[in-house]
Write a protein that binds this ligand. Structure first.
Ligand SMILES: [Zn+2]
Length: 217
């Protein structure tokens, strides 16, 4: 199966009725999927078996064009024009990891993602500039006011605001397995998922925890 984000557009809906994106996870609803698409440009651990789509300007621009098309389709708004240069990639990857840390799911009965976590806990605020327009017929639109990676930061910030207003934000999570960090949308009734794939990431973590317990006992 082609790993690229472009496969999401034509992908058949998954069990939850939403398109399946990279790493086999169902897309978050509406424009929130843009945050998910950004985080899932790479796994937490680098180098990872899957390529980082933000590794080069060409790859990042291709990813962004397709992610913005998905966003436009999901929101019914025109895709903003955002150009990425070579100097945008470092800050954009940092922003991705900041979001991954903010969204990290906390396992209940498994080791906390401190310890061997590769990720810093987010310790800084995110500030962005956006333009909000309410049209004469009462439709609200939003778009980034900045350029380059800052425009992406603005769009993820706007989607965070909207998701918090509509109640979908607590369902957007990144996998608790420290080296994975895949971003998934938790549709479970009690919002209890912590792994993007229980068989892959849950089992390996539980196995480690049980080995550690045996070691200390
Ligand atoms: Zn995972």
């Amino acid at each position: 199966m082609n790993d690229h984000v472009s496969t999401t557009k034509k992908a058949a809906p998954g069990r939850e009725g939403r398109p399946i994106g990279r790493f086999g996870v169902a897309a978050a609803p509406g424009g929130l999927r843009f945050i998910q698409d950004l985080v899932n440009t790479a796994l937490a651990e680098q180098p990872a078996p899957k390529p980082d789509l933000l590794a080069t300007p060409d790859a990042a621009s291709t990813w962004l064009r397709e992610a913005l098309d998905e966003w436009a389709e999901a929101t019914g708004m025109p895709a903003p024009v955002i150009d990425l240069g070579p100097f945008d990639l470092g800050p954009l990857r940092d922003h991705r990891e900041l979001l991954r840390a903010v969204l990290r799911a906390a396992p209940v009965d498994a080791p906390a993602p401190g310890g061997d976590s590769l990720l810093p806990v987010s310790s800084r605020d995110i500030t962005a500039k956006a333009l909000i327009t309410v049209t004469a017929d009462g439709q609200a639109r939003y778009e980034p006011l900045e350029s380059g990676w800052r425009a992406i930061r603005a769009l993820t910030s706007l989607e965070t605001l909207l998701a918090q207003a509509t109640g979908t934000w607590p369902r957007l999570k990144t996998c608790a397995y420290a080296t994975c960090g895949v971003c998934f949308y938790d549709s479970s009734p009690n919002r209890s998922r912590v792994w993007h794939d229980t068989r892959k990431c849950g089992n390996v973590t539980n196995l480690r925890a049980s080995r550690a317990r045996k070691h200390t006992n």
